[in-house]
Design a binder for this molecule. Sequence first.
Ligand code: PEP
Ligand code: MG
Length: 894
Amino acid sequence: MTSTRWVYGFGGGGADGDASMKNLLGGKGANLAEMSSLGLPVPPGFTITTEACNRYYADGRQYPADLAEQVRAAMAEVEKVTDKRFGDPANPLLVSVRSGARASMPGMMDTVLNLGLNDQTVEGLASLSGDRRFAFDSYRRFIQMYSNVVLGLSHDLFEEILDDHKERLGVELDTELEAGDWERVVAAFKQAVEQAQGEPFPQEAEAQLWGAIGAVFASWMNERAKFYRRMHDIPESWGTAVNVQSMVFGNMGETSATGVAFTRNPSTGEARLYGEFLINAQGEDVVAGIRTPQALTRAGREEMGDSEPSMEEALPKVFGQFVETVETLERHYRDMQDVEFTVERGRLWMLQTRNGKRTAKAALKIAVDMAREGLISEDEAVMRVEPQALDQLLHPMLDPTAPRDVIAKGLPASPGAATGQVVFDSDEAERLGKLGTPVILVREETSPEDIHGMHAARGIVTARGGMTSHAAVVARGMGRPCVSGAGGVHIDLATGLFKAGGREVKAGETITIDGSSGEVMAGAVPTIEPEMSGDFATLMGWADRARRLRVRANAETPLDARTARGFGAEGIGLCRTEHMFFEDSRIAAVREMILADDEAGRRAALAKIEPFQKGDFTELFEIMAGLPVTIRLLDPPLHEFLPHGDAEIEALARASGLDAAKLKRRARDLAESNPMLGHRGCRLGVAYPEIYEMQVRAILEAAIEVKGRTGDAPLVEIMHPLVGAGREMKFLRELTDRTAEDVFAQAGDRVDYLVGAMIELPRAAIRAGDLAEAGAEFFSFGTNDLTQTTFGISRDDAGRFLGAYLDAGVYENDPFVRLDQEGVGELVRMGVERARATKPGIKMGICGEHGGDPSSIGFCEIVGLDYVSCSPYRTPIARLAAAQAALGGAEKDR
Ligand code: PEP
Ligand code: MG
């Protein structure tokens, strides 16, 4: 039987592993091996594999039988290279022990330094280094760290003892303590440990080592690590590796130092070494914040206005070597590196390297710069930027350094940050908005009558509603930051205030919202404006070249359409015509139409609507010249349009000249128990064909007019919503063609147009072949409704319980945000296959909110849709996500 290899050595100019072995050696271990093979100065050591950790747990917390032997052999190798011996009183080898999972994981055991020190070896270290003070300072650090991390004793225990000593000596800084002082501190520390745990501090180096290895393995299953894994989808089966590495000392006097660095600025992306270091210090001093670190480079120091010398100035020779080393690393890994290093008496040692975390802005700049430097290809640059992160670049965001007073939290419905006065009423929002006052509209929920208020507001908060609620969809479309479903916000209109987080906020008081995090904050929090640099356009150009999927926008107003074009949309994939009626002057006519009790009444109302419909379409066609425009016929969930309350009915009666009592009766008759499943979509067109006829007429007359004026006919696509059956489609197709022929006859001119259907019902997906057969020339998957109808969850009410599902882990994601590939996605796949089986080459896209979600876009690529359509502000995100999907990143998120 061949035995398993549990231990991989590195250092001394070679290594058993390499960077490709992250799964087995963890990120840190794999990179230490790689650096060592590159010939970079890495203190020798070894890595115990993640497999050993898994075996340890599989066997009921027992180490594999031959692990001890392999560790001993690896240690012997380290002893050979360093010419020191582990536990040798005269010439002691000291090591650090660190955890190292595949992904860096806060919450895991971090580090024990100086392991191997005891009452004898500390003397050996003292004479080897010729520095007794240093030896005892190292020993006390070790006792402190080991006791905390391995024995579970509190740091405070040791801090108190140290403070006592300093107070007695009348000194403030650790650096003022002498060797003898540290000796006494060590004695006190050991006594405290013995008292706390009932046995002495372990003196045997071997026992210390196994204590630390056990602590690393145990930390894989501590509550913090488990929580972090759940949050970040990290499987328990990955396990952690353990890195044991010979110590090098940054605290051996003025020619020693320790520091951290990024090869480029992680916040701006600027291609300049960026980092901090401390002279005469050990690693944890830099992070602990006890001393203020100094800048690495002279330029960095000058920028910060620091007087302490930079590493470039204080240790110029070793700095030069360091710069060369990190340049090698960046070229080798072809990415920005985040490194840790130590200088021991003028000699450089590399302790860690990894790809550095960065802001969206830095990610963009670094990707574009590296492609220009020839370090990576343009396709690789496209893969390097998280599409979702572009959101940060497209909207104002909160200054990350500013304090926040969060009073409520809701859903991050529409990204960006906004500050303004609280307003509860849309008319008031509009009035103040016109005066230039920034306002935040705070509503229980929004409805079509709030559109003008939402437009005037800088941001929107609703107490109810999910990610596809009216407020969320409309706000995203407008690019207004929005927090929806903030359950902790209790509005009291009577007194003109809302309560949240135990506070009262009155109308007129200032709040700030962050639509990217869902936070609602009291007072003003400064924001940073987006900056669309040349790099942004460059990367987008590379993305456009790489992608197959076309990207269109969901837009209905001229403003939205222009914004969408500006962001690179290649047409309109969904123009929701009911959204074109939201303005005050129009909504009355629509209500009149809905409430009319006979065809004549409806036609009278339609006659009022038709001219502005036609005008709107004309404008859209002109803005989108040369690009397809999909216009969806009316799909008003009735409850969004019916007048609410007596006042609105009276107003409608006055505007229309109809009898208020009659209107009221009619509104009552029309009220539905389940409006989302009610008389909406094409059901309206089937029951009242004159409504859809009017719309088809308006669309085609507008098209002919634009053709006449510009010489180019617009690319018109007429789309029927909520279709579920072949016969329905046939009825709608005939209605459309009949009306078109009338228009063409009257105009004495023709334009081409396509007729299609939205697939928003499971039945439509299952019978997509029928719909194609019955005359549909394109399909657009309306995955908002398809999710609603597949799950049987109302879009309007999901907000009330989805949170509980997500908290309990019953759903991994909100299915209205990320397409449920297994269920809803299966219907999409089926629809695509069946439609193509009947009509090869039929054009298909998606226009639900998922059309702007990167992982859902990955799925659209896989099932072979032709385009995605999303809100204007998400267009760049979709372009990048589509490129990554085409380049093979589609699997990445799954
Ligand atoms: C959909 O259902 O996915 C869709 C785009 O239509 P709406 O959101 O307008 O219902
Ligand atoms: Mg729909």
